[in-house]
Design a protein around this ligand. Structure first.
Ligand code: ATP
Length: 518
């Protein structure tokens, strides 16, 4: 076997992955001179705190590139970075580097060297763990870690994009732990308003606050002897964070309106789809609580990093759809291969894959559904306004954002502002819908209450989408073009920031606001 190979093998200790460390020297950029070692077989490089190699350089994208050890070669894959990647000065998307190559990313450059010594990483021999299915190296590494974690009582922080299976991880850790016979409680910190959160988590005494007509136990007490899964932990308001920290440290909670603490022997598994470390840096999350939660950090790989799992997942979803464990495969193998070559990088992850499979089975399709979706011309009514002053990729990003906003607005209106139902229509997670809502101010995060079936709060009526009296598909005669475009569902985010009262250069449209009433 070659010196530089990365391989899996049965060792005395079970299946393991043998790989190498890579020595990295930053040769250019703000971190020039730094030398470090990172562990293969895959190294994520970028400015994001969740990368394996973090480069503090504003010209480096959050997830800029992936280094992958393949045999005795080092492969460099640009992961759709903003400023591109070069290998020895040549711009690349996907290339093999020579041992002495210089990798350029933004204003930074790296020199890499594969180390000779072999490092063995344990892999699980399982291809499922609780409800999680996967046979790829990243999933087997995850299962090996989960097997260990489940045997302990340690607090776990699961980080991963929406739809990667974070809740399944929590449920599996509980099911394989000594607490399995105790309760498994799920609580989504983004599902209720800040005011209700404290009572939901810690309970209250009768008369503890106005309207508390009965005493009620919170989720902590309800999970006594079991596991409490705190989803979207990044949404926990700063003012409640000390109370959670205390609960974790003392294993006791105090109901609102009471003074005596109560015992709550609960294991916490928390999850987030954004980097909690970055939230700490932004001052939105307490550092001490972060370290209490991240005793064992678990990163769930997105589907684009484990495309080899797609066939196994599809067969799993087919069985679920048929309602039988021994149900026969339905989709031809070629279709599964085409799914691996998805034209987009699976933004909705495994949830999106499941939705696609269910759609194909329900509609009897033998072609992955995006084939039609992505070749069709958009209807002319939604043709975007082209701005040649912006590079194409910036314009496309604006368009995508505007479409996301318009889609979510529409789905919310259709469902009476029910976040879960809107997420179902969109084939995405609730967190995604909530993020778009927050980002575009569809409803501020502190008005998050009533997201389940509740109507939009009176203070923030659902915004109107599409042509409205004030905003047709084309500007009305005499209407200010800037104003019309600013309010258009497909307007770029910059356009939305334009000050009111701008007048087009050619003078078309209405007068300036300050001239208006004269
Ligand atoms: N590895 C997997 N094997 C089987 N099913 C999976 C896997 N990962 C995710 N799923 C399925 O994908 C869907 C989403 O999973 P889950 O709700 O656990 O994701 P999540 O990361 O918690 O999402 P969100 O951040 O949106 O809450 C579920 O239907 C789940 O069954």
């Amino acid at each position: 076997m070659k010196d530089w190979n990365t391989w899996t093998m049965e060792a005395d200790r079970g299946l393991e992955l043998r790989t190498h460390k890579i020595r990295v020297e930053v040769s250019r950029g703000p971190m020039a001179g730094v030398v470090t070692e990172v562990l293969g077989p895959e190294v994520r490089v970028g400015s994001g705190k969740d990368c394996d190699l973090v480069l503090e350089d504003p010209t480096v994208s959050r997830h800029h590139l992936l280094l992958r050890i393949e045999g005795d070669l080092l492969r460099v894959l640009d992961t759709t970075s903003r400023n591109g990647t070069t290998v020895d000065g040549v711009r690349i998307r996907d290339a093999y580097a020579r041992p002495d190559s210089t990798i350029g990313l933004g204003a930074s450059a790296l020199r890499l060297k594969m180390m000779r010594d072999v490092v063995a990483l344990p892999l699980s021999s399982r291809t499922r763990f609780g409800g999680l299915v996967g046979a790829s190296v990243p999933m087997r590494r995850l299962f090996a870690l989960l097997e260990k974690i489940a045997r302990t009582h340690a607090t776990v922080l699961v980080e991963g994009e929406t739809g990667t299976g974070k809740e399944l991880v929590a449920a599996a850790i509980h099911a394989e732990s000594a607490r399995a016979s105790g309760p498994f409680m799920v609580f989504d910190c983004s599902s209720v308003s800040a005011g209700v959160l404290e009572s939901e988590l810690f309970g209250h005494k009768r008369g503890g606050f106005t309207g508390a007509t009965e005493s009620r136990m919170g989720r902590f007490e309800a999970a006594h002897g079991g596991t409490l899964f705190l989803d979207e932990i990044g949404e926990l308001p700063l003012e409640l964070q000390p109370k959670l920290l205390r609960a974790l440290e003392t294993r006791t909670i105090t109901r609102i309106g009471e003074n005596e603490p109560r015992r709550a022997d609960v294991r916490i598994v928390a999850a987030t789809n954004r980097s909690l470390a970055a939230e700490v840096e932004r001052g939105r999350f307490r550092e001490d609580l972060y370290y209490r939660l991240a005793v064992v950090p678990v990163r769930l790989p997105p589907l684009r990093e484990r495309l080899d799992d797609i066939p196994l997942l599809v067969r799993h979803f087919e069985k679920e759809w048929q309602g039988r464990k021994d149900a026969p495969p339905l989709l031809p193998n070629e279709v599964l291969e085409r799914m691996k070559a998805h034209p987009r990088p699976w933004p909705g992850n495994v949830r999106e894959l499941r939705n696609k499979v269910e759609m194909m089975l329900s509609l009897g399709l033998d072609e992955p559904p995006w084939a039609a979706e992505e070749t069709e011309e958009p209807p002319s009514a939604v043709l975007p306004v082209v701005n040649l002053e912006l590079p194409l990729h910036v314009g496309l990003a604006h368009l995508e954002n505007a479409y996301k906003r318009a889609y979510v607005e529409r789905a919310l209106r259709e469902t009476g502002y029910n976040v879960s139902q809107a997420a179902k229509i969109a084939g995405v997670g609730r967190a995604f819908v909530q993020r778009v809502m927050r980002r575009h101010g569809l409803r501020s995060s502190d008005e998050g209450g009533g997201s389940e079936g509740g109507a939009a709060p009176a203070a923030a009526p659902p915004p109107v989408l599409g042509p409205s009296p004030a905003q047709g598909e084309s500007p009305a005669p005499g209407q200010n073009l800037y104003e019309w475009y600013r309010k258009h569902p497909l307007a770029s985010s910059e356009a939305r920031q334009w000050p009111e009262g701008l007048v087009p250069r050619n003078g078309t449209g209405s007068k300036r606001r300050d001239e208006g009433g004269r």
